[in-house]
Design a protein around this ligand. Sequence first.
Ligand SMILES: Nc1ncnc2c1ncn2[C@@H]1O[C@H](COP(=O)(O)OP(=O)(O)OP(=O)(O)O)[C@@H](O)[C@H]1O
Length: 486
Amino acid sequence: MADQLSKTTSIFGLRLWVVLGVCVGAAFVLLLFLISLWLASKRTRQKSSSKQSVPDVSKEIQEIKIDPPKPHRTQIQADPYPDPDPSTGIERQSLLLPPEEESPTGYHGIHIEIGKDHRISYPGLSPHTSGEARGDYVAGVVPEVSHLGWGHWYTLRELEVSTNGFAHEKIIGEGGYGIVYHGVLEDNTQVAVKNLLNNRGQAEKEFKVEVEAIGRVRHKNLVRLLGYCAEGAHRMLVYEYVNNGNLEQWLHGDVGPCSPLTWDIRMNIILGTAKGLTYLHEGLEPKVVHRDIKSSNILLDKQWNPKVSDFGLAKLLGSESSYVTTRVMGTFGYVAPEYASTGMLNERSDVYSFGILVMEIISGRNPVDYSRPPEEVNLIEWLKKMVANRNPEGVLDPKLPEKPTSRALKRALLVALRCVDPNAQKRPKLGHVLHMLEAEESPFKDDCRAGGDAGQANHNNLKDELIEKRMAESGGYEGAVHTNDA
Ligand SMILES: Nc1ncnc2c1ncn2[C@@H]1O[C@H](COP(=O)(O)OP(=O)(O)OP(=O)(O)O)[C@@H](O)[C@H]1O
């Protein structure tokens, strides 16, 4: 055995026992190496599992959410915001406590919730986001920080693509604060993009007011603000698209000798508008005064449902207060006298503008129309005179396909007259207006005490008398006209 081990081998002429010793030593070293590797990996696994239960990130960062792609939306949704209350559509909602919001587009986006109302949002990487934009994102563009917990931040590029680069043929309207474009987002959602003039003055103010005031407001009769874009000097608001023009176009545009707006459609527009405004006044805390109610701000869908738009002038009000503004805004002809003269603003000034709107809808006339004879220039004056002369039918839009019943007309006129009462305190609240309009047969239901056909006839006569009486009280009939005008 000793002889065998002492024999020289062909490996560098080394003896066998030396070769065997080297092999055993090498195997031992390899074993030690493998054991240390295993121990190291075991330690790493233990470390990472203990990290999951005790986060070493700031406690303030609560959630990192990666939006999954959402299915495409269709253009018109069947009443996505049904009336919570069948009579008024009102569900009191606090602007400070937003409902959980879903991303209005299907884009991937990363939102990091920081604390309660704060969120850092990284722009979505939609398939049409260019390489350049992706590059910006990867390079770590400083994310926008918002205090809003709703809606969507649209990138300028997204909105550019949706409007064919803000093409001229995509323009659907132009207001005092900017141009409105029709856009189609990547998920086929149709939108109206309002590109605000960035004059560093009112436009930017309007932007902030509008974003904060209406971003969280939901009602089927209010145009929904889906989100906005604020990149560099650009300020844009993105609204749901309402696909049948505005009321002004249908009342005063070229529709031929017979208007498609029947009496029932007109009443439905008045009712829906009242519901939307009642929600702003009575369903929100703090309440919102629109300040610019007029026919061009009433948008219509294909079923003629009204949606009140353009809350750019809205101011949030504390529940009891009136807001004194140094800058009277609104549109000529619709502005309440006390608002124009003192700047005192509260929801009663909206009621006044609403009354003018009702007159406009009934008559098809503009609130102020200099193309008419002097005594007809001012819609209120003319309408009061016509009613005072016991000729209410004379105020009807000649383009109406058919006349309403005398009672229906008087009821609508009564509502309008009460809303434009020069004494703001005497004007009804919009919730009350809604009640008057909605009471199926009349606002005087309680006065019916008899039954049967004869009872119904008496009831109707009684209603007519009451309407006449209240018309007189509201300045629609002679005597009262002068009192109110004084
Ligand atoms: N969400 C929308 N869907 C469809 N069309 C819209 C939408 N928003 C606005 N428009 C169209 O664009 C027009 C201009 O709107 P905008 O609110 O900018 O101005 P305006 O109300 O006419 O005037 P101003 O803002 O100066 O009082 C509207 O009259 C309407 O025809």
